[in-house]
Write a protein that binds this ligand. Structure first.
Ligand SMILES: NC(=O)c1ccc[n+]([C@@H]2O[C@H](COP(=O)([O-])OP(=O)(O)OC[C@H]3O[C@@H](n4cnc5c(N)ncnc54)[C@H](OP(=O)(O)O)[C@@H]3O)[C@@H](O)[C@H]2O)c1
Length: 349
């Protein structure tokens, strides 16, 4: 103990615009001795999320920004290698927010979840369908969007981790579901595999015209992940008493710290005209109800009604560049970095 070396990505400079590797410093640091109640966790998987870009900015947000010099924040799954807490055993699989690093020395109290070792789901599912991604789709759509059978639901970022699950839950609830995504492969996946009723490729189609065609009865619920002009096109077509579940605004994140403010949605007036409701939410607001979401998501998955995909990049050293897959759209599902060997992968093979 105390001799091993940790490897970490630390925030070196705040980006203005796109994230670059130069915004991080690759640091080698000794692993400190464990205190009472402490754990040494080897990171197996690191979650990369659009919100990483928000955390890198010194703006007022839903939690404290990462400070320059700190290990970059990130959700992780790891295996306990040493334990100074009687409730946690060496070999336990644990989940928490322990950052972009190979090892984490943490207090046992920061463990959010202890994961099963012989589950039918791979560990990566706990960063997607059975993690905060699944919970975001579940609570965002059902509690905030409140879709009713027969209504039309539009999902933006529809082939992404959250959007793909939100759209499928919409189908389960009996909605007409139209997904907006940025490639023909993604559009095919959501209609052919996930059984969305229609898709719109925002990079090649006129979104407003395509939505008019695909939503002949207007839009009742918008599960909004993107913002910008796509959101404006949706607002143009909302029905009376429409609900907008504001989950994310990814089209703005790389410019979130610009001095020049974004112009608001041009069609904002429709919120008034149509007596619509826009509600932003952060998934952790629902933390106490996560078990409800996971039991429903497991049930729907077992019934063949929910599919998901993960995009696993190998090697912590690639995290600082791989995060941009979320912003150029090259991720195919929940973006995860594999940092070290997964002890459960052989059991599933
Ligand atoms: N409120 C919450 O608690 C909460 C929790 C988790 C996630 N979120 C939000 O949910 C959204 C999706 O997150 P995720 O983790 O599921 O990521 P994801 O959708 O798997 O990946 C991000 C996707 O966003 C799309 N995108 C990127 N830049 C875009 C742009 N300028 N215009 C349109 N689309 C763009 C890309 O897909 P295309 O190829 O289709 O462009 C990309 O693949 C994000 O806005 C995120 O912040 C919110």
């Amino acid at each position: 103990m105390g001799k091993r070396v940790n490897q970490q990505w630390c925030l070196k400079a705040r980006p203005q615009g796109q994230i670059e590797e130069s915004h991080f410093e690759w640091r080698r640091a000794p692993i400190p001795e464990l205190r009472k109640g402490g754990l040494l966790v080897r990171t197996i998987y690191l979650s990369l999320d659009p919100t990483n870009r928000i955390w890198m900015s010194d703006i007022d947000q839903y939690m404290a920004p990462v400070q320059v010099g700190e290990v970059m924040r990130g959700g992780t799954i790891g295996v306990v290698e040493e334990s100074n807490d009687p409730k946690v055993a060496v070999g336990d699989l644990v989940q928490g927010v322990w950052g972009w690093q190979e090892f984490a020395v943490i207090s046992a109290g920061s463990v959010r979840n202890t994961l099963p070792k012989n589950d039918s789901f791979p560990l990566t599912a706990y960063m997607g369908l059975l993690g905060s991604i699944g919970a975001t789709a579940y609570f965002g759509l059902l509690d905030v969007g409140k879709p009713l059978k027969g209504e039309t639901l539009v999902v933006t970022g529809a082939a992404g981790a959250v959007g793909s699950i939100a759209g499928q839950i919409g189908k389960i609830k009996g909605c007409r579901v139209v997904g907006i995504a940025g490639s023909s492969e993604k559009c095919r996946w959501i209609t052919d595999e996930l059984k969305f009723d229609a898709s719109v490729n925002y990079k090649t189609e006129n979104v407003l015209e395509a939505l008019k065609e695909q939503c002949p009865n207007g839009i009742d619920v918008d599960f909004e992940n993107v913002g910008g002009t796509i959101f404006d096109d949706i607002l143009t077509l909302i029905n009376r008493n429409a609900r907008i579940a504001l989950c994310g605004l990814i089209s703005q994140y790389t410019h979130i710290d610009d001095q020049k403010p974004f112009p608001g949605p041009v069609m904002f007036r429709n919120v008034l005209m149509k007596r619509a409701r826009i509600e932003g939410f952060i998934v952790t607001d629902f933390l106490s109800r996560f078990p409800e979401a996971f039991s429903a998501l497991r049930k729907w998955h077992a019934a063949g009604l929910l599919k998901y995909r993960v995009d696993v990049v190998q090697g912590l050293e690639n995290a600082a560049t791989a995060v941009n897959k979320l912003f150029d759209g090259s991720n195919q599902g929940k973006l995860i970095v594999q940092v070290s060997d997964d002890p459960t992968s052989e059991m599933l093979a």
